[in-house]
Design a protein around this ligand. Structure first.
Ligand SMILES: Cc1cc2nc3c(=O)[nH]c(=O)nc-3n(C[C@H](O)[C@H](O)[C@H](O)COP(=O)(O)OP(=O)(O)OC[C@H]3O[C@@H](n4cnc5c(N)ncnc54)[C@H](O)[C@@H]3O)c2cc1C
Length: 381
């Protein structure tokens, strides 16, 4: 293990496996899958077979029981498929829709939903955001009314990643009064009568990702699909957000680093005024500064991972990592596209896709404003 690095030889071996998967199995299909706004579902199975979906999950549910640094490695390397959309879909499956199921699920729930998800046989989504509320989770209106042994669900969810291809949704619903105390989490099989997927949502970027508007009309599910306790859903969602935000922070600095490498490569080859663009000191300094900030984002995130891994309360550190890495990734996108000149504006250069894709990172999984709200509250304001 190199001094100051959390990664062992095993982590590095795993890094190579993920990198090979991203560069050899996914990247060659990039153009087609981005254009078609879809990819084969078998990707989930392939990822599962390589152990990517259950990295930190216990072996009892089909996971590998590995430490969180393997997860960091996965997130750092999967961005090399250069499709933030597809990478995000895999992360939703492994890090966003399923950890809460592992933490709170009954044995029967794990057998029906979690184990097949980690095998890549069932696709999972997390449904929190609604047409009327996103940041303000406590205000969600999709209602699950208790009727005998069932819940009857009515409402809508939007911008749901994997939503149009999911077999089940870890769904936030209102089971009680208005406000954060009346929310529950249920496991919702999408084969349920009354469930419908709206028309495909066209997005600025993340084109390969499956993002959907979902409708629930008198959908009846058994109460045994309740996760944890009724009306404690808000707390569960907030806890679950921590893992999601860590993954977002890692994706931010890792993809920013890739974009920077692209810009350095481009300016090394591109000539202007009889010199390589990289020979202009302005670009050398710009890249030096960006690299410094990427390393700062990486180290801030590693610090949060260390605390998270140790089971310590680290909401502040995770919020800071997501805020800093997410905002930085926007700057990297802007500067690295600028370094490409007109070529950067062309679809054939990866930097233009990165520029579009990365815009999501300060919006999804809690906006930068919400990260600042969380940090400010913890500063006692
Ligand atoms: C491609 C994509 C994929 C997504 N995937 C999922 C998914 O899988 N599951 C899911 O549940 N959701 C998903 N989302 C939704 C995402 O989490 C929300 O878009 C996000 O939380 C913001 O909510 P909103 O869009 O309703 O914006 P709003 O909450 O309406 O915010 C609008 C603006 O107001 C600001 N704002 C809000 N509150 C405050 C405040 N207190 N102080 C200052 N400013 C504030 C926001 O920061 C933002 O700038 C996805 C979104 C996108 C675009």
């Amino acid at each position: 293990m190199a001094i100051g690095s959390p990664f062992t030889a095993e982590h590095e071996l795993f890094r190579k496996t993920v990198r090979d998967f991203a560069e050899k199995e996914l990247l060659p299909h990039q153009e087609k899958w981005e254009l078609e706004r879809a990819y084969p579902k078998e990707i989930f199975k392939k990822a599962a077979d390589l152990g990517f979906l259950g990295i930190t999950f216990p072996e009892a549910v089909g996971g590998s029981g590995l430490d969180a640094w393997f997860k960091v490695v996965f997130c750092e390397e999967i961005v090399r498929c250069r499709m933030a959309g597809l990478a995000m879909d895999l992360m939703v499956q492994a890090d966003i829709a399923t950890p809460v199921l592992n933490a709170l699920g009954t044995q029967a729930q794990k057998e029906e939903f979690l184990i097949p998800a980690l095998k890549g046989e069932k696709i999972a989504a997390l449904g929190v955001t609604e047409p009327g509320c996103g940041s303000d989770v406590a205000n969600l209106q999709t209602r699950a009314e208790a009727q005998g042994d069932d819940y009857v669900i009515n409402g809508a969810k939007t911008y749901i990643t994997n939503g149009g291809q999911a077999d089940f949704i870890t769904l936030a619903v209102r089971t009680g009064d208005e406000g954060h105390k009346g929310i529950s989490l249920v496991l919702f099989p999408t084969a349920t009568k009354g469930f419908a997927v709206g028309k495909k949502l066209e997005k600025l970027g993340n084109h390969s990702s499956n993002t959907a508007l979902l409708f629930f009309e008198d959908c009846r599910i058994p109460k045994k699909y309740l996760l944890g306790e009724e009306n404690l859903g808000f707390t569960y969602i907030m806890k679950n957000f921590q893992g999601e935000r860590l993954v977002a922070a890692i994706s931010s600095y890792a993809s920013a680093d890739l974009a920077l490498q692209d810009a350095i490569q481009y300016t090394r080859e591109r000539k202007a005024f009889g010199r390589r663009v990289l020979d202009f000191q302005v670009w050398q300094h710009k890249f030096a500064e960006l690299k410094t900030q990427i390393e700062a984002a990486r180290r801030l995130t590693y610090h949060a991972v260390t605390l998270f891994n140790a089971g310590q309360e680290c909401t502040t550190e995770i919020s800071m990592a997501k805020l800093f890495a997410g905002d930085l990734a926007q700057r990297v996108a802007y500067e690295c596209m600028q370094a490409h000149g007109g070529a950067g504006y062309m679809a054939e250069y990866d930097i233009s896709r990165y520029f579009r894709d990365i815009r999501l990172i300060t919006i999804g999984a809690g906006t930068s404003e919400i990260m600042k709200e969380i940090i400010a509250k913890r500063l006692g304001f």
